[in-house]
Write a protein that binds this ligand. Structure first.
Ligand SMILES: Cc1ncc(COP(=O)(O)O)c(C=O)c1O
Length: 447
């Protein structure tokens, strides 16, 4: 017997059985969407964790359950570590967080999501489960919903880590459709709709990432409505869709036309055959890349508390199995920032700075004198923009830029050059595009 078949023949834990039964009763299509691993997963609520929780309530004399060391009623700690923290108590720094995440942070993030997503209305969703930022959220979703050989659909312009996490790690297959129409005016709705249509009746994971990395494009309101309609129609036609809204760059919108609500709001109540999953977090939105705090949230039409509890349990079980729990200081800081009365104003100030850089970039990259060097992909949001260089490869341009001009950009595919205007000052922007044009022309002249 192969190790694979012996793994899948292991009897389901009764807690996994109970979670699956809850999903089967209220949202049978969602059970079909889970991977074999996803079906097996559960949160070990009756073991050490449950005994520890019970002791926390009742062990008034002495609590010898917790896997930390204490002193004077607080987590033990070293001064050489503690000197780097201010404004956080030892409990907020050194204790383990629950595998689901700090309860008050989950509530605060849910409140923020609701405020930013009015289309959710009163519809029920899960509570966000805390992940080690968005990369980990995407990985957990892959673990729970993608078996080896299964297909995920993404745009051709996508964050390359989808490949590493879902293809290389899990053996799933990522298929792509062209993100932009051929005239580079906007989202390629026709290609997207066709990709869904040609897979109708099947299970499919669909990754949507707006604002998009690498292009920096967010669909317009009309495009966003059409995307929701296309997905709803595919679900109505019998496809079982797991739609992953990767909202990493949420809030960085620089154009009036942008859809400023996450598509999760409408997708979460679109159709019983469509499970919407919101992957979001503090990383880019709160400018805390290294803190590693993200969230996974579920929504499906007809979803009940029992279904969301089951999905949260499977998610937290996966977290418990791999990393146990997410950094306590990271969660404490993000929670406190969300409570700060100046959070929104400070965030808006930084977004305004990025908007000015985006505007400066738009002027420079579209100058008519560069028309021989590249086409500009549409961009209106996020951290990045992309050029399609003419007559040379993106990799050659990247190397020439580094060697001759000391300018770093990312080469993607054959001809895409990604520029992160998010980390350029406005003063640097004209020089960067002049350098790219000079590099392209020098390479063309050498041919
Ligand atoms: C589209 C997209 N999703 C997810 C992530 C991962 O973000 P995190 O740093 O929170 O793991 C990134 C980071 O670059 C990204 O560009």
């Amino acid at each position: 017997m192969s190790s694979q078949s012996s793994v899948s023949s292991v009897a389901l834990n009764p807690l996994a059985e109970a979670a699956n039964a809850a999903i089967r009763t209220d949202c049978p299509a969602v059970l079909e969407m889970l991977s074999e691993r996803g079906k097996r997963f559960f949160f070990p609520a009756k073991g050490i964790l449950a005994q520890g929780a019970e002791a926390k309530q009742k062990a008034k004399t002495a609590n010898a359950t917790i896997g930390i060391a204490t002193e004077s009623g607080q987590p033990m700690h070293l001064q050489c570590v503690h000197q780097y923290y201010q404004g956080l108590t030892p409990n907020e720094i050194y204790e383990y967080a629950p595998s689901y995440g700090k309860p008050e942070l989950r509530q605060a993030w849910a409140k923020k999501q609701r405020e930013e997503t009015p289309s959710l209305g009163q519809s029920l969703t899960s509570l966000p489960v805390v992940t080690n930022a968005l990369t980990h959220g995407l990985a957990v979703v892959g673990d729970l919903f993608l078996d080896a050989g299964e297909e995920a659909l993404s745009s051709d312009l996508m964050w390359e880590n989808y490949n590493l996490s879902w293809e290389t790690r899990l053996g799933a297959r990522i298929s792509t459709y062209p993100f932009f129409d051929t005239r580079l005016t906007g989202f390629n709705l026709q290609a997207f709709t066709q990709a869904l249509f040609s897979r109708r009746g099947r299970k499919l994971v669909v990754a949507l990432n707006f604002p998009n990395n690498p292009s920096g494009y967010t669909p317009t309101r009309a495009e966003a409505g059409a995307i929701v309609n296309a997905l709803t129609a595919a679900a109505e036609a019998g496809s079982k869709l797991v739609v992953v809204c990767d909202d990493a760059y949420y809030g960085m919108f620089f154009d009036e036309q942008c859809e400023t609500e996450s598509l999760f709001g409408r997708l979460a109540q679109a159709h019983p055959n469509l499970l919407a999953i919101k992957i979001d977090g503090a990383t880019k939105e709160e400018f805390v890349w290294g803190l590693r705090v993200g969230f996974v949230t579920y929504g499906v039409k007809g979803g009940t508390k029992a279904v969301y509890d089951a999905l949260e349990q499977k998610t937290a079980g996966m977290i418990r199995a791999v990393i146990s729990n997410v950094s306590m200081p990271g969660q404490s800081i993000v929670y406190k920032a969300l409570q700060s009365p100046s959070f929104r104003a400070q965030q808006a100030e930084k977004v305004a700075l990025l908007r000015r850089r985006s505007a400066a970039t738009a002027v420079e990259c579209r100058k008519s004198e560069y028309a021989d060097c590249w086409d500009v992909y549409p961009f209106n949001s996020g951290y990045f923009m992309c050029l399609r260089v003419k007559g040379v490869t993106a990799e050659a341009v990247r190397q020439e830029l580094l060697e001759t001009h000391g300018v770093g950009v990312i080469a993607l595919g054959q001809t895409e050059v990604r520029v992160a205007f998010s980390c350029l000052t406005e003063a640097q922007i004209p020089g960067v595009f002049l350098a790219i044009a000079t590099a392209v022309r020098a390479l063309v002249a050498k041919k």
